[in-house]
Design a protein around this ligand. Structure first.
Ligand code: ADP
Ligand code: MG
Length: 403
């Protein structure tokens, strides 16, 4: 179900409240080490600005806990946005209230202001209806462009759209379309590559993708739980004993549904997760006592790469190994390369996975790299996002689904 977007309404001259996810890494001096979350919202802001909207941006930053925390003011974020946009962005010192209302009433067409950190107000996390109303009063139209937080319910995400015409921003739309395309109408063969630290973080993802893919490739720390469930020793690897049943169910379902489940046949092991740990390759069935799995091995890489090269659609979540360490980066790097090379649609979800793709230089060769970790996982798990559910469905689709 596609949602209405900013392209479906007339924004010219209107006051538009834009919820963004500017929860950027920032130190106590206001230095932002990574402005990706700001950059990805530029298309929506420029779109609104070109049409003469009055743009009121709101976001939360970190966890001030419902009160003012000086080091978590949004002024440095407004400054960075202004630099990127090449236009002034006025930071306001309050979230809502008469001071904010009078500042907004003085805005000209194309002006951009930024409300203070939403989480300075306890009403944001509490979904306080009064707070939502106070925010809504500032604007004529509401735009959600905060994909990265849309899997959470907060006043600015689910409360405000009850009071205003509400639409998705261009970033939110792009993210939702990318996941809908691959999950709902993938070109086949379709593979999911799932790795990362723990099975328990990814159980919903595994269960959902299993019903959609032709190949399921498992790597990362979670592989040890799968290897154990097959009855092999896993040395000192971290095994989630309480997930062994869930993993067996996944293996059974894969078999029943004709999904080709690929587990590592060989692995790289080390005696610690330290950066300089000595590594060696062993068969997955012969992991020595005291050793832990830190990466997939070369035979597994070859098997995975061969499978991926035949696929037309790939979703990838979770690194294949401890890619931060040079001795255990190869699995993740080679799988990233294999995915980058396929002739088809490739969607990357997960904070660490996106980081790995960037680190190994494949960013430009993927169809879509999600900007939201938790929200991407929720979509891959087939969950509905509260911030998206709060937006109206596009007319054409309402008619289509009602019929
Ligand atoms: P994402 O953020 O992409 O969803 P996760 O958070 O699930 O991914 O997992 C990322 C982390 O998993 C990385 O920091 C990586 O070092 C770690 N990891 C990958 N393989 C292993 C392994 N075999 N043992 C321990 N940690 C691992
Ligand atoms: Mg992560």
């Amino acid at each position: 179900m596609r949602r209405k977007t900013v392209r479906d309404i007339d924004v010219s001259g209107r006051r538009v409240l834009v919820r963004t996810d500017y929860n950027v890494p920032m130190d106590d001096h206001g230095v932002i080490s990574d402005d990706m979350r700001i950059r990805v919202t530029l298309p929506t802001i420029r779109y609104l600005q070109e049409r003469g909207a009055r743009i009121i941006i709101c976001s939360h930053l970190d966890r001030p806990g419902g009160k003012v925390v000086e080091s978590l003011r949004l002024a440095p974020v407004a400054r960075r946005l202004s630099e990127l946009l090449g236009e002034p962005v006025m930071p306001l010192r309050e979230v809502v209230g008469s001071g904010v209302e009078s500042a907004v009433s003085e805005m000209q067409q194309g002006d951009v202001v930024m409300l203070e950190n939403l989480r300075f107000n306890p009403g944001e996390k509490a979904k306080d209806p009064q707070f939502a109303e106070d925010l809504a009063r500032l604007a004529d139209i509401y735009v959600n462009d905060a994909f990265g937080v849309s899997h959470r319910a907060a006043a600015s995400l689910v409360g405000v759209p009850q009071h205003l015409p509400a639409v998705a921003g261009l970033l939110l739309q792009k993210e939702l379309d990318a996941f809908a395309d691959v999950l709902e109408q993938p070109e086949r063969p379709f593979a999911a590559v799932i790795g990362g630290a723990k099975v328990s973080d990814k159980l919903g993802v595994l269960e959902n993708v299993l019903t959609r893919v032709d190949h399921l490739l498992i790597g990362g720390g979670m592989a040890s739980t799968f290897i154990r469930s097959e009855g092999y020793g896993t040395g000192a690897s971290r095994v989630e004993a309480e997930q062994l049943d869930a993993v067996r169910q996944i293996e059974k379902k894969a078999q029943a549904q004709g999904v080709d489940l690929h587990l590592p046949s060989d692995v790289v092991v080390a005696d610690s997760l330290k950066a300089d740990a000595q590594v060696r390759t062993v068969p997955a069935a012969e992991i020595p006592d005291g050793s832990m799995i830190v990466d997939i091995g070369p035979a597994t890489i070859d098997d995975f790469a061969r499978t991926l090269s035949r696929c037309r659609t790939v979703v990838w979540n979770g690194p294949m190994g401890v890619f931060e360490n040079p001795g255990s980066a190869e699995g993740t790097r080679r799988i990233a390369a294999a995915i980058a090379s396929i002739n088809g649609t490739t969607v990357i979800g997960g904070g660490s996975t996106a980081e790995a793709v960037e680190k190994f230089g494949f960013t430009d060769r993927m169809s879509h790299i999600s900007t939201g970790g938790g929200a991407a996982l929720a979509l891959l798990a087939g969950e509905r996002l509260p911030g998206v559910e709060a937006l109206p469905v596009r007319e054409a689709e309402t008619i289509g689904t009602a019929a």
